[in-house]
Design a protein around this ligand. Structure first.
Ligand code: PEP
Length: 251
């Protein structure tokens, strides 16, 4: 089975809407040979949805969603609002949402189910903190996240799931997991998928690596057997570096 090859950008809380539109336009005009997904701030969605409207290989992602369809949830964004802006994907479980905003497993499951039910695809993020890695407990830690947050996912949604493994100690730190460390965890996540959902789901679910991916290290990481691409923060804020990352898959 041929795997998808995905370069996903997470702009986090960076760029103004005008700067974001300019960056999105540069990406839309670029040449690359993988799928591109770009997660932009909520204020940019409508405008960048227009920029990506007729693009085959670039899809728009939101960085957050609320699980109720509408109502008294000040500051939150519904699935219908995202869809109306041209959003195809939503990030759920990013470590910054877990750590800074206190999002727990119950909330993440509700968000994922609401997103899938509305027709959005999900990029589900998992990954261990430094103390778990230092204690060599990283597989145990990530397996716990997957068991709590993915194991009950209805079968019909699995086709629209992308997993991003992002060791927290490597996010925005300049410290990257070695290609071997990434491969070891990706193989373990694929094994979880196989035991929980079967071999077909395990093979076709894309598993991205995230954590200080740059043009200089993307090729080595993407060359690993179970790495299907990257979720990229800092290096996605310049179109040339992100396009170079998107062109780092071996042919
Ligand atoms: C991220 O935001 O998901 C991320 C991996 O950031 P960075 O590439 O900057 O480490």
């Amino acid at each position: 089975m041929t795997r998808r090859r995905i370069a996903a950008a997470n702009w986090k809380m960076n760029t103004t809407p005008g700067e974001g539109a300019a960056l999105a336009t540069q990406l839309a005009e670029a040449t690359f040979d993988s799928e591109m997904i770009v997660a932009v701030p909520a204020t940019h969605l409508d405008r960048i949805g227009q920029v990506f409207k007729n693009q085959q290989n670039i899809k728009l992602a939101a960085q957050n969603v609320w699980y109720e369809p509408k109502g008294a949830y000040t500051g939150e964004i519904s699935t219908a609002m995202l869809l109306d802006c041209g959003v195809s994907y939503v990030l759920v479980g990013h470590s910054e949402r877990r750590q800074i905003f206190g999002e727990d497993s119950d909330l993440l499951v509700k968000k994922m189910n609401a997103a899938f039910e509305a027709g959005l695809d999900v990029i589900y993020c998992c990954g261990e903190p430094l103390d778990a890695r230092d204690a060599n407990q990283q597989q145990y830690y990530v397996n716990g996240q997957l068991t709590r947050e993915l194991a009950t996912l209805p079968f019909e949604y699995l086709d629209r799931l992308i997993i991003a493994y992002e060791p927290i100690w490597a996010i925005g730190t300049g410290r990257t997991a070695s290609p071997e460390q990434a491969q070891e965890m990706h193989a373990s996540i694929r094994l979880f998928l196989e035991t929980t959902f079967g071999a077909v789901t395990a093979q076709k679910t894309p598993i991205l690596y995230g954590g200080s991916v740059k043009p200089a290290n993307a090729k080595m990481i993407f060359a690993q057997a179970d790495v299907d691409g990257g979720l990229v923060g800092g290096a996605s804020l310049q179109s040339d570096s992100f396009v170079e990352i998107a062109n780092s898959f071996s042919s």
